[in-house]
Write a protein that binds this ligand. Structure first.
Ligand code: SF4
Ligand code: SF4
Length: 415
């Protein structure tokens, strides 16, 4: 949705390339730069995620209590998650169970979606033409980046956390939709203050909105499609982003980092049987870059990010993170709502200006400049908050009453 205020990105799309970023300049490879032993990657149960464990009290009673309020305690993130919840049942024709959106922040009412068209539309036979059309449509709907891959079987959850039901999703293709969390706000906040969750849910909600519309559109063309978003996933997002050429795994654990947005995005997915041409994984040197840069590990307030080497776990060779520490910080943060400090400090979290495009190109193409890029980032003061530019209000819902929270920085709104 940030694109509404940044129409220049849409203007960057060209006749020969629908994407607003120069994805054709990226090095394409056959497999992701992260070693994935396909046969050893187990399907996972969505109920094993950190937030679900916090909700069930696995991380203690305080976090179990805080889980119910850690998003809506800030009014803007509360409004965003409320809208995300409304999208919960809109993922498919059967609108799988209104319970899917029965979050602690309020269930939405059941809204049946139109059935899939019985007769297929007369579409181009060429899967490349359809992929291009799907990307153009996604950008029209205000996506910031889009990639397509075949759906890896191990990317399908075994069970849904919302219903506990076994998940079945045998669609052949996955369309991944990225939405920017907003550069300007990441340049202002400190990473874990009151706007943090709003940035996450801006991108969760907007990418989910796009995915629900896109899936409905594909069903109207006569092909199966299901949207997957933060309020109703059936698939694990990171491996899809890797195979769809939207990034590489970075030091922040299970996070995929995009060469143009950095880690500053959230993703929604559409799975479908519409025949599509797929993208290939990319290599922009991030494994080497993260091995030389520890900024996220040094800045993480909970110590969740490893400053060591990659390890093999569940069939992936990647940096490990402590999910309990990260979840505890995000859910239990008493001086803000959520946490995105790792996103804030990452050298890849930059605006798309001519200057930063040049630095970005150097970081991708010139390995010997990478240490200097990390050093230069510190030197230029990136990663520090700029409260003089603060546009949001610091507010906290305490027992149903909005109060000025204890000040964390020097925010001008509250003395
Ligand atoms: Fe650490 Fe915060 Fe990032 Fe979690 S979100 S890994 S706590 S910096
Ligand atoms: Fe990699 Fe540095 Fe970004 Fe962490 S801060 S994800 S180490 S580039």
């Amino acid at each position: 949705m940030t694109r509404i205020f940044n129409s220049d990105r849409r203007d960057r799309c060209r006749a020969d390339r629908p994407d607003p970023f120069p994805v054709d300049s990226l090095t394409r490879i056959d497999r992701p730069t992260t070693l994935i032993r396909d046969q050893e990657v187990p399907r996972v149960d969505e109920r094993d995620g950190g937030f679900h464990k916090a909700a069930l009290g696995h991380y203690g009673q305080r976090l179990q209590r805080e889980y119910k309020r850690f998003v809506p305690k800030y009014p803007l993130s509360g409004a965003l998650v409320s809208m995300a919840g409304a999208l919960g049942p809109l993922v498919d024709v059967t609108g799988p169970a209104a319970e899917a959106s029965a979050t602690p922040w309020g269930a939405s009412s059941w809204r049946p979606m139109p059935p899939m068209a019985e007769k297929r539309a007369p579409l181009p036979d060429d899967p490349s033409a359809m992929s291009r059309h799907i990307k153009e449509t996604s950008y029209f709907l205000r996506a910031d980046m889009v990639g397509i891959c075949e759906l890896p079987p191990y990317a399908v959850f075994t069970h849904s956390k919302a219903t506990g039901a076994e998940v079945e999703c045998d669609h052949k293709y996955a369309i991944a939709i990225l939405v920017d969390q907003d550069w300007r706000t990441t340049s202002i906040f400190n990473g874990s203050d009151w706007i943090s969750n709003s940035m996450s849910f801006l991108a969760y909600t907007t990418s989910g909105f796009i995915a629900c519309i896109l899936a409905d559109y594909i069903r109207r063309l006569g092909y199966e499609a299901r949207a997957h978003h933060a309020m109703n996933y059936q698939v694990v997002v990171p491996p899809i982003l890797l195979w769809a050429g939207l990034g590489e795994m970075c030091r922040i654990g299970d996070i995929v980092l995009n060469p143009f947005l950095g880690p500053r995005f959230k993703a929604a997915i559409v799975t479908t049987d519409l025949p599509l041409a797929v993208d290939r994984p990319i290599d922009f040197g991030l494994q080497d870059f993260c091995s030389k840069c520890n900024k996220c590990a040094q800045a993480c307030p909970s110590g969740a990010i490893s400053d060591g080497d990659r390890v093999v776990s569940n069939g992936y060779e990647k940096w490990s993170t402590d999910v309990e520490k990260c979840t505890s910080m995000r859910v239990g943060n008493q001086q803000g709502s959520g946490c995105g400090t790792c996103i804030k400090v990452c050298p890849w979290n930059k605006p798309y200006t001519p200057f930063h495009r040049t630095i970005n190109w150097s970081m991708r193409k010139m390995p010997f400049l990478r240490r200097m890029a990390v050093w230069g980032d510190d030197l230029l003061g990136y990663g520090k908050p700029d409260y003089q530019q603060q546009w949001w209000l610091d507010l906290e819902d305490v027992d149903g009453e909005l109060q000025a929270p204890r000040p964390q920085g020097t925010g001008p709104r509250h003395g």
